[in-house]
Design a protein around this ligand. Structure first.
Ligand SMILES: [Fe+2]
Length: 446
């Protein structure tokens, strides 16, 4: 029996809906010849057929990619990340309750997972749903398909099933076993961005915090305001953070580059600690960690010299732990917001298992949960910090960005990381007089 079909036809309970209509037509045509009364409808009015939604699904990217990760006892863990676009095509409203995905390999291996969702689709509308399936296979797989099905209800409450859809999956080759992780003593790196404003009490206060911190100092760009000239470096940066110049590994910001002389004074001031003159990106190792300082004032997208340099740099390094920092954030709840043009950098770092990203530009402190470059929280993602708290006037909060865990815009201070062999501790150390503090720890993705 079809749900919702009226009980007015004596034969309709035992045939499909279309069959019932055919039987009724035959019965009407046979009335004049004493047809069996048992086939005559008890109501002269046919009900309006219920139109169920037709929801079609498409995927991106195509083909999907299964990314293997090292697992225990010879097993391999795979992760498939997909964006599913749902499209209602019947002109009725629909609500989707669940989506079932199944990965099938040619060898017969399969793994299924149900995602509970709550997706409302108005007539002829679309919706996108991000899905991440993680499964473990005892033997390596090299290809497969991803099959999707779903279930929901129409606007009239009728249950319906999402039409099955499939998409090919390619498997990234499993790389050679990772070398044993580097074991090294703990080291400290501390700093901030948006730093030197002549006469700002914040600049001197954060410099005093560094006075009692050992280790390396980083900067997250906008080292000196309003324009990074050699004169302003000498007047405003040198008397404060300049005390730590010999142990400082800087990054340039827009006030060092676009608003100044494309870094000429920046390179003159910081010298070899700023990497090769003219580039603004370089890397170094610290303890067990690989550290990358990048330049968000020059191109970093597909085909750019900086992105290709980063690709080669990360490929040549086997550290289990990687930290990257530059000026413009990809994610930010501050007034400047995120800068999408650094997403390719983020994606490459994510694919290579980087662990921490630090940025400035918004004059506040913000900490994010580990996430992927598309803003989806995942345990194997990158934890991002914004520490534009070096001394420039502080900003206000503009939005609540997904995965933002802590936001503070009333405190100057420095972010201190203790870099360990397989993890890290973080601590936001406030300028004297502030009670705000943020601390925690994380483990490296490798
Ligand atoms: Fe900036």
């Amino acid at each position: 029996m079809m749900p919702g079909w009226p009980h007015r036809y004596k034969v309709s309970d035992i045939v499909p809906r279309v069959g019932a209509v055919l039987v009724l037509a035959l019965a009407a045509g046979a009335c004049d010849s004493a047809s069996p009364t048992s086939l005559v409808p008890t109501s002269p009015t046919l009900p309006t057929p219920v139109r169920l939604p037709v929801v079609q699904a498409s995927f991106s990217p195509v083909p999907l990619e299964a990314k293997p990760q090292a697992g225990g006892a010879g097993a391999v863990t795979y992760e498939i990340s997909a964006t599913v676009t749902l499209r209602e095509t019947a002109g009725v409203s629909a609500h989707l309750d669940s989506i079932d995905v199944t990965f099938l390999s040619p060898t017969g291996f399969s793994s299924s997972q149900r995602f509970d969702v709550s997706v409302d689709l108005a007539e002829l509308s679309t919706a996108t749903v991000p899905l991440i399936q993680v499964f473990e296979a005892a033997t390596p797989i090299d290809s497969g398909v991803w099959r999707l099905a779903g279930a929901g209800r129409s606007g009239d409450g009728e249950a319906f099933s999402l039409a099955s859809a499939e998409v090919p999956v390619v498997v990234r080759p499993v790389s050679a076993p990772a070398p044993p992780p580097v074991v090294a003593p703990d080291v400290t790196i501390a700093g901030a961005g948006d730093i030197a404003v002549c006469g700002s009490p914040g600049t001197e206060a954060t410099a005093r915090l560094l006075d009692r911190m050992p280790g390396t100092v980083f900067t997250l760009g906008d080292n000196v305001y309003p324009v990074a000239t050699s004169q302003n470096f000498q007047r405003c940066y040198e008397p404060s953070w300049g005390r730590h110049k010999s142990r400082t590994r800087p990054a340039p910001g827009n006030h060092d580059w676009e608003e100044a002389d494309t870094g000429v004074s920046y390179f003159t001031y910081f010298g070899v600690n700023a990497g090769p003159p003219g580039l603004g990106y370089y890397s170094f190792d610290l303890g067990a960690w690989h550290i990358v300082s990048l330049n968000s004032s020059v191109p970093s997208g597909a085909g750019s010299a900086q992105l290709e340099w980063l690709r080669a740099d990360l490929a040549a390094n086997s550290s289990a732990c990687t930290l990257a920092y530059w000026h413009l954030p990809l994610f930010s709840s501050g007034p400047n917001g995120g800068s999408g043009h650094v997403r390719d950098i983020w994606r490459l770092l994510y694919e290579r298992g980087a662990d921490v990203v630090m940025n400035g530009h918004d004059h506040n402190y913000e900490r994010f949960a580990p996430q992927d470059p598309d803003g989806r929280a995942t345990a194997r993602g990158i934890r991002a910090f914004i520490a534009g708290t070096g001394g420039a006037p502080l900003y206000w909060r503009r939005s609540y960005t997904p995965n933002s865990e802590v936001y503070e815009n009333g405190t100057w201070g420095v972010l201190k990381l203790t870099l360990k062999s397989l993890g890290y501790d973080w601590e936001f150390v406030p300028a004297a007089g502030s009670g705000f503090r943020d601390a925690g720890s994380g483990t490296c993705v490798y």
